[in-house]
Design a protein. Structure first.
Length: 470
């Protein structure tokens, strides 16, 4: 079990239930999100929240939820020492140790932060034992999201929380967060539960300063966050800045400096979306369609290297194996659109290249039962019309151990083993947010029985019976 090394009211441990071998997951997460803040931006944020040398900080408490190598903590420490000196407060472990609390999940980064804090305090003339005690008390190697909240709260909260899409969080950490955090704060991006938990610990009248994305302002996944926090905050400024100005490393992000103060008054609890009842997808006008049955796929689906059909008759074709959570990995196969948008079959005589291709498969096509029952030997079992599939849609394999889904905007036609879900307003991103990262699996629990081998069936009637999670 990884654990904070010092005793404090906020020591957070990664619980044993998460399992061993987490070091690799933590390393992977840190590599993805350990994007450190430039000193000038750290100074700007500390100025804006009022953690200044001239202020009397001797009774203030500052929280940094994701310390990295300690840029915020070191600068906050320098200012704290200067403030204490200016206000006649002794520089000792007992006067300083409760003033700052920082969390860092990655032990190597936490060690570096503690060393930097120690060095900074020693440079400022603190006794070695004081520097040591403060470094240990201030920087905990613990998971901020799983740590017990501070009973005393904080007057200042600052930082640059980890920014990483929910689907990219390593598996066991993600499972622990899904298990322990309010559903409203999970599923979108990791920075959201960070802001939520940090704001919960900000005292009324306290100030926060975050370097973070402004996606919480408009993304569907942050609706619960907005409902909870917008009435409780006075946003004092929100300035975006180029990534190159904000971060030490090169990243393609568009950060904002958010400065806010917390209004007095109670903040409603974050809601667990899954327990709310509402209309089903079917009742809300969502449409679910399975891909067309072709009746001899090799005749109608061209492998990437094949070209023997008139190009205007071809559309991308995908099957379940090309659907990953969040992505369609198209292998380049195309299907022949055998019907016009009016539903009438295309006439192969008008398309000699197609006619020649189907001729090559004549034996297999003629042996099909629909043909023995009188159907034209060149037809597909279901209609294959391009226009049925052009709207943006979610694609879901019919059978999966863990149901998964992705957005398709390419107009691809799915195989007969893939379902497509269309939203009434075509807001496919919002629909995806509702079902992504295991939410589809949870929504299907109790609706779709597991079949042999532990597979879940994502049939049309099961998908339509889902009640959106909020
Ligand atoms: C974007 S960096 C910011 C570091 C520092 N605040 C700065 O601005 O330079 C985020 C840090 O959060 C850490 N982190 C990620 N998840 C965490 C968690 N659950 N609890 C504590 N720290 C975490 C990462 O290891 C990483 O070092």
């Amino acid at each position: 079990m990884l654990q904070g090394r010092t005793s404090s009211d906020t020591v957070g441990a990664i619980p044993d239930t998460v399992g061993g071998g987490l070091e690799r997951e933590i390393d992977a997460l840190h590599r993805r999100c350990g994007v450190y803040t430039k000193p000038a931006v750290v100074r700007r944020i500390l100025d804006a929240v009022g953690w200044r040398r001239v202020a009397d900080l001797s009774r203030s408490r500052l929280l940094e939820p994701a310390a990295g190598n300690g840029e915020f903590v070191v600068e906050a420490a320098r200012r704290l020492v200067a403030s204490c000196r200016g206000h006649g407060v002794e520089i000792s472990a007992s006067s300083l140790s409760g003033r700052i609390r920082a969390f860092e999940l990655h032990p190597g980064a936490a060690d570096e932060a503690r060393s930097r804090v120690r060095a900074a305090l020693r440079e400022l003339g603190a006794h070695r034992r004081t520097a040591d005690a403060c470094a240990k008390a201030w920087v905990l190697d613990a998971d901020f999201l799983l740590a017990a909240p501070s009973r005393d709260g904080f007057t200042h909260v600052v930082g640059n929380p980890p920014y990483i899409r929910w689907s990219k969080i390593p598996t066991r950490l993600k499972a622990a967060y899904v298990d322990r955090l309010p559903r409203e704060m999970t599923g979108g991006d990791l920075f959201l539960p960070f802001l939520d938990r940090a704001l919960e610990q900000l005292r009324p009248g306290g100030r926060c300063g975050f370097l973070c994305s402004d996606r919480w302002r408009f993304m569907a996944f942050a609706e619960g966050f907005r409902r909870r926090w917008l009435p409780a905050l006075d946003v004092l400024s929100e300035d975006s800045l180029p990534a190159g100005e904000a971060f030490v490393s090169d990243v393609g992000a568009y950060p904002t400096v958010l400065i806010a103060s917390r209004r007095p008054g109670k903040v409603p609890a974050a809601r667990d979306r899954s327990i709310r009842k509402g209309k089903t997808f079917g009742e809300l006008g969502y449409v679910v369609k399975v891909g067309p049955a072709l009746g001899h796929t090799p005749a109608f689906v061209l492998e990437p290297h094949e070209t023997d059909v008139e190009p205007e008759l071809l559309r991308p074709w995908i099957d379940g194996s090309e659907i990953r959570e969040g992505d369609v990995l198209w292998r380049g196969r195309r299907v022949v659109v055998m019907h016009g948008d009016d539903g009438e079959p295309v006439d192969p005589e008008r398309f000699p290249v197609l006619a020649a291709r189907l001729g090559r498969f004549a034996g297999e096509l003629r042996r099909r039962s629909i043909v023995r029952n009188g159907a034209d030997w060149r037809r597909t079992i279901d209609r294959v019309r391009a226009g049925d599939w052009t709207r943006p849609k979610l694609v879901v394999p019919e059978l999966a151990k863990v149901p998964r889904l992705a957005i398709d905007r390419s107009g691809a036609i799915p195989s007969h083993g893939v379902y497509a879900i269309f939203a009434p307003d075509d807001d496919i991103d919002a629909l995806y947010e509702r079902l992504r990262d295991g939410k589809l699996a949870r929504a299907l629990e109790g609706i779709s029985p597991r079949v042999k081998g532990g597979y879940v069936r994502c049939y049309k009637r099961f998908l339509l019976a889902i009640r959106p999670l909020r």
